[in-house]
Design a protein around this ligand. Structure first.
Ligand code: PBG
Length: 331
């Protein structure tokens, strides 16, 4: 034997469970998870979503039960998405401004039940409210206008904050919306309502099951490529993040998750701010289908992918596996 060979054995620290535990660089905990929940009208309603096996829409009373479950599991935040009734959807998505809409009723019910034990994050974008499924206002040529959409998003954000939302999460990708929303929140006295910006959100093929869940898939005409980012771009993600931070975002999100971990890492190293990733519906479905087909152990796949987000630089992850993962982590 020559040189360092016998002295340097990287397998030495891997030889036992206690040593692997001692040397583990990245830890995953329930506190790293944000649980997206879909809300639907009615009482005592659970509607399974076919393309998201194991995920349901819940009526407001049952959403409160999910929220209490999150608290018991140590999950700090739930993210809410409404499945708006078809007759309440319109070209201009005005239901987003209704103080008594499904989203606001869910926020109030959860805050009343859980108070400061649980954060409520609310998605800001018009797609659950528009009859065309786009995230903003569409002109006669089918183009989603920017500045007129931002005006509505500001109203939507104020509506959610008034209902008690703790984190406003704009997912629409309009230019300038973070600054406009921040200013309006300050003016309204909501100084401690956070903004988690979907800063680098890509025009992705992984959103299909989500669109089923909020009922926009069949309605959507065309695609979202004029506002969501091109999957080939990375420099542009840094510009998006830089602007959102300058406009007042408290934290930023990269979306989808696993295929875009390189973006997470670049954003984290460049800006050193809290970065979150959204493990989106299509990613969740991939894991569920792979496990169902016998391609891997479900629990192991769930925990390994979520840990990868932490290793990649995330402060936390939005994942439909949140409750299941928290149960596994709590042993
Ligand atoms: C809406 C929105 C989408 C998702 C979160 N907010 C869909 C889209 O942009 O079409 C996707 C989440 C998922 O796929 O799990 N603006």
């Amino acid at each position: 034997m020559t040189g360092l060979f016998p002295a340097t054995r990287l397998r030495r620290t891997r030889a036992t469970a206690w040593s692997r535990a001692l040397h583990r660089e990245t830890l995953l905990a329930p506190a790293d998870l944000i649980w997206p929940l879909f809300v639907t009208e009615g009482t005592d309603i659970e509607e399974p979503i076919n393309s998201l096996p194991g995920v349901s829409r819940w009526s407001v009373d049952l959403i409160v039960a999910r929220a209490r479950e999150a608290v018991a599991l140590g999950i700090p935040v739930v993210a809410l998405f409404p499945n708006t009734q078809p007759e309440r959807r319109s070209d201009d998505g005005r239901e987003a401004l209704n103080p008594d809409n499904l989203m606001c009723r869910a926020i109030k019910a959860i805050k009343q039940a859980c108070g400061d034990d649980l954060g409520v994050l609310t998605d800001v974008a018009l797609d659950p409210y528009t009859s065309h499924g786009q995230d903003g206002l569409v002109d006669e040529r089918g183009y989603v206008g920017n500045d007129d959409t931002v005006e509505v998003l500001v109203g939507q954000s104020l509506n959610q904050a008034a209902a008690g939302a703790d984190i406003i999460a704009p997912s629409d990708m309009m230019d300038g919306r973070i600054g406009a929303i921040r200013e309006a929140l300050e003016d309204a006295g909501h100084v401690n309502v956070q903004i988690m910006s979907y800063a680098a959100k890509y025009a992705s093929a992984f959103y299909g099951p989500f669109r089923d869940a909020v009922g926009s898939r069949g309605l959507l005409k065309g695609d979202k490529k004029t506002y969501q980012m091109d999957p080939g771009n990375s420099e542009e993600a840094l510009r998006e993040v830089e602007l959102d931070l300058a406009e007042g975002a408290d934290s930023v999100m990269v979306k989808p998750g696993l295929p875009y971990l390189d973006i997470v890492r670049r954003v984290k190293e460049t800006f050193e701010v809290p970065v979150f990733a959204y493990q989106v519906s299509g990613e969740y479905a991939m894991i569920e289908h792979a496990a169902a087909a016998g391609a891997g152990d479900r629990d192991a796949l769930v925990l390994e992918t979520l840990l990868a987000f932490k290793r990649g630089g995330c402060s936390g992850v939005l994942t439909y596996h949140a409750a299941h993962a928290a149960r596994l982590l709590n042993g």
